[in-house]
Design a protein around this ligand. Structure first.
Ligand SMILES: Cc1cc2nc3c(=O)[nH]c(=O)nc-3n(C[C@H](O)[C@H](O)[C@H](O)COP(=O)(O)OP(=O)(O)OC[C@H]3O[C@@H](n4cnc5c(N)ncnc54)[C@H](O)[C@@H]3O)c2cc1C
Length: 421
């Protein structure tokens, strides 16, 4: 009787969602033997990363996707953001940021996660040198001083991760390093003994696409309300995507409303800036938490994307930050003689520090600043928005966030390959 199959690679990436699939592509052509293990096929309705949400991609992410050959598939579906208008419900003060004033074509691009998934996996198919296991779930990770052992079971699983169709015995996969790209509840992070700080914002994002009687023309709106921010972002097809952050009880009520009543309530809360809302699509909801791993590395294990940090979507930065994790990690892993050596992984952690700390602090600070109803804070906020509106340097600084919060800029973001064989 034959035992379970055994495969040997250098880099095993667990999770082929937005960040893991990007990392695999960034390592393609580097000469590294890479395996990508993803539990749910990219076009399945239950795929947790490539669902009906949209992502606002900054210019830095666009540059990385161009270098990976992904942007050409995405561009037809990407709604450019040419202006952002920010307001504070019930208080004075408003600000606008325009791409033209910054000398840019766009401040960013709004794309559905389904299109991102399709583009990433289409590009992965052009790289047969990447060993792909999908649908296949990593069940167990054992970290050692010289290598990592993974137990991988092929077959589909349901949303909760339970295997619904097992097609083979578990495969044993060994690697010099394992990358946790398996999201906020990362199995790899736990196996590596890395703890994470989790703060529940007591907010839920209700996400929905809407059609209006005036098609979207590249203006994005961010309206801060006492319960949380309400973002209305332009899509390439003339509709808008709405990310409406509310208290959990209100989210439950909003999700239960009939379409017409939901549209009425949204229109009341947001006003008439985009014209009349004529139709709303299916609603989805996401409880919002900040999750921040206490470190990015363990013995032959390293974290990227949501496994490293999951942010509030207020500034649309979570994936942009995760993509920079992937771009820089690919560069570090491609260049090292032993990609799992402690010094290599520490180098990645050190070089991601400034961007990661800055973006987590910026996002968390924004949530808390605009959630406060204390009169002094509300007044300072209004004054801040007014000042921002007339301060070119502040606008320049904000539009530069598209490239990260500082620190090392990955080679891919400069249009260079992450590594060569
Ligand atoms: C409402 C909302 C709006 C957002 N908007 C934006 C935005 O505009 N811009 C932006 O930059 N970011 C945004 N984000 C954040 C962004 O969605 C995340 O940063 C991004 O999804 C992280 O991707 P990831 O690949 O790290 O993790 P995930 O998306 O969680 O993917 C993890 C993958 O790992 C797989 N997996 C898990 N466990 C295993 C296992 N054991 N074996 C095999 N596979 C496994 C899963 O199936 C999944 O495909 C938003 C988030 C929310 C909630």
């Amino acid at each position: 009787m034959s035992g379970p199959a055994h495969t040997d690679v250098e880099v095993a990436i667990v999770g082929g969602g937005m960040v893991g699939a990007s990392l695999a592509l960034a390592l393609a052509g580097s000469g590294r033997r890479v395996a990508l293990i993803e539990a749910v096929v990219a076009d399945a309705a239950e795929q947790p990363s490539f669902d009906d949400r949209t992502s606002a991609l900054g210019n830095g992410s666009r540059r990385i996707f161009e270098a990976l050959g992904v942007w050409q598939h995405l561009q037809p579906h990407a709604g450019p953001v040419r202006e952002i208008r920010v307001s504070d419900a019930g208080h004075f003060g408003a600000a606008r940021l325009s791409a033209a004033e910054q000398g840019l074509d766009a401040l960013g691009y709004v794309v559905s996660n389904r299109h991102i998934g399709a583009a990433l996996w289409r590009q992965l198919a052009a790289h047969p040198e990447i060993l792909v296991r999908c649908p296949a779930r990593v069940l167990e990770v054992q970290l050692g001083a010289e290598e990592v052992q993974l137990s991988v079971r092929a077959g589909a699983s349901d949303q909760a991760g339970a295997q619904v169709a097992q097609v083979a015995d578990a495969e044993r996969l060994s690697a010099r390093v394992v990358v946790a790209a398996d999201g906020a509840q990362s199995l790899v992070r736990s196996a590596a003994g890395i703890s994470a700080m989790v703060e529940d914002y007591q907010q839920v994002a209700v996400v929905v696409h809407v059609a209006t009687d005036r098609p979207a023309t590249g203006i994005a709106y961010e309206r801060f309300t006492s319960t949380g921010p309400l973002a209305v972002l332009p899509l390439a097809d003339g509709r808008y995507t709405v990310v409406w952050t509310v208290a959990p009880e209100r989210a439950t009520r909003l999700l239960a409303l009939a379409d017409a009543a939901f549209v009425d309530e949204l229109q009341r809360c947001f006003g008439w800036r985009v014209g009349r809302i004529v139709r709303a699509g299916a609603r989805a909801s996401y409880p919002l938490r900040l999750s921040r791993a206490d470190g990015l590395t363990g013995a032959r294990a390293v974290l990227v994307g949501n496994a490293a940090q999951a942010l509030h979507p207020v500034a649309g930065q979570g994936f942009n930050l995760g993509l920079r994790d992937a771009a820089l990690l690919a560069e570090v892993l491609a260049a090292a003689p032993d990609p799992g050596a402690p010094a290599v992984l520490e180098d990645y952690e050190r070089r991601r520090g400034t961007d990661r700390r800055g973006m987590i602090g910026f996002t968390d600070g924004l949530v808390k600043l605009f959630a406060s109803e204390r009169p002094f804070v509300a007044a300072a906020r209004g004054a801040g928005l007014l000042l921002f509106d007339i301060a070119p340097a502040a606008k320049r600084a904000l539009s530069r966030l598209s490239w990260g919060f500082g620190g090392d800029s990955p080679r891919l973001m400069r249009g260079l390959p992450a590594g060569e064989p």
